[in-house]
Design a protein around this ligand. Structure first.
Ligand code: PMP
Ligand code: GLU
Length: 396
């Protein structure tokens, strides 16, 4: 039988982060000593007080289907969290809990985009954005930014990218992969541009909110009264709470978008996992101070890896203010031949590091910026030190 796959799936790019992680796993299984700095996954365990809430939920027989948009108690905890941490006021019909922030983003794209609608993605953007947009028949419009501007889009660039077909502006702050954070003032300047275009919806992905190293305070687009009614605030527990595998994300959104996401989810996955949701109630109800020890540790690792990478000729790094990635510009290596391998682009460079340094990173191409590679420092100090040592040796 011939290949019966849909055009949709044939044209879908596999997630580069997950693909690189799988490749590293495979090589490890084949006996290679690979250090994985490709995946954005904290190397901490989920904190005990959250695990205990899950164990309680199992013992209390939380095992039935959950409400499609999430347990009432979890939605209340999310409402309280938005108020406490972000100064945002949401009502229960504006909240939808999903199986990870990735599903939240997918729901929003499917709910809002029509064929040909354009979505402005400041580059670099998180790996899955462009394909989530394409799956909804939307058109990603990439806006390049520069290391000199800390990889942030200016209001002028936003204005220039807007066309009559623009339906959304979509970004993460803190940014995966650059670690940049838009200040309140910078967001306000972008919001000012959008005043002329009242139909553009903003997707503000704030999943790294708590992983902030204290240079720029976290701000949300929905804080501005004139943006609140058209902003979807996306968040989740994977990163800050070391809960990647628990798969819980959520949105605070205009009620009509939340209703649409709820309807979609009801036909696709139903409500998110019961035990994970009970655990997340505790995660969000407790003070963010309880997870600060992880952020402090990431901060130390950031300092370490930046110091080490800056000693390597040809690596140019910005100083990430949040998240746990560095995104060095490695164009100095393009056109060079290393150990007989011609490096034409960031993908060649990342592959070279995998094969010749046994270190897994991710090509910048996956994030819409082909000058860089992404290195995750959500790894132990020992791994970071060894990985950079190997990278340096493989390049010298
Ligand atoms: N947004 C960004 C910016 C991310 O880095 C990730 C990766 N976890 C997600 C969304 C998806 O998060 P989740 O694991 O909750 O699906
Ligand atoms: N968000 C993480 C990353 O960027 C996890 C992988 C993924 O979900 O794609 O590495």
């Amino acid at each position: 039988m011939s290949n019966q796959l849909s055009d949709r799936i044939n044209s879908l790019t596999p997630s580069a982060t997950l693909e690189m992680a799988a490749k590293a796993r495979e090589l490890r299984a084949a006996g290679k000593d690979i250090i994985g700095l490709s995946l954005g996954e904290p190397d901490f365990n989920t904190p005990d007080y959250i695990k205990e809430a899950a164990i309680r939920a199992i013992n209390e027989d939380y095992n039935s289907y959950t409400p499609v948009d999430g347990y009432v108690e979890l939605k209340n905890a999310i409402i309280t969290k938005f108020k406490r941490d972000n100064g945002l006021t949401y009502e229960a019909p504006q909240i939808v809990v999903s199986t990870g922030a990735k599903q939240s983003l997918y729901n929003v794209a499917q709910s809002v985009l029509n064929k040909g609608d354009e979505v402005i993605l400041p580059c670099p953007y998180w790996v899955s954005y462009a394909d989530i947009v394409k799956l909804a028949d939307g058109v990603p419009v990439e806006v390049p930014t520069s290391l000199e501007n800390d990889f942030k889009m200016t209001p002028e660039q936003l204005e220039a990218a807007i066309t009559p077909k623009t339906k959304m502006l979509w970004y993460s702050s803190p940014c995966n992969p650059s670690g940049s954070i838009y200040s309140k003032k910078e967001l306000r300047a972008l919001a000012d541009v959008l005043q002329k275009y009242p139909d553009i919806v903003v997707v503000s992905d704030e999943i790294y909110e708590h992983i902030n190293y204290g240079v720029t305070e976290h701000a949300s687009m929905a804080e501005f009264a004139d943006m609140y009614d058209r902003t979807v605030t996306v968040n989740g527990v994977a990163k800050a709470f070391a809960m990647t595998g628990w798969r819980i994300g959520y949105i605070g959104a205009p009620a009509y978008i939340a209703r649409a996401c709820n309807k979609l989810q009801g036909q696709v996955t139903s409500g998110a996992n019961c035990i994970a949701q009970r655990a997340v109630i505790t995660a969000l109800e407790e003070s963010p101070e309880r997870i600060k020890y992880m952020v402090d540790e990431f901060k130390e690792r950031r300092k370490l890896i930046l110091g080490l990478l800056n000693e390597i000729d040809g690596f140019k790094c910005n100083e990430p203010e949040g998240a746990f990635y560095v995104y060095p510009d490695v164009t100095a290596y393009f056109g060079k031949t290393l150990n007989g391998v011609k490096i034409n682009n960031a993908s060649d460079f990342a592959m070279y590091l995998l094969e010749h340094a046994n270190v897994a990173t991710v090509t910048g191409d996956a994030f819409g910026n082909g000058n860089c590679i992404r290195i995750s420092y959500a790894a132990s100090v020992k791994e970071i030190e060894e990985a950079v040592k190997r990278i340096k040796a493989s390049l010298s």
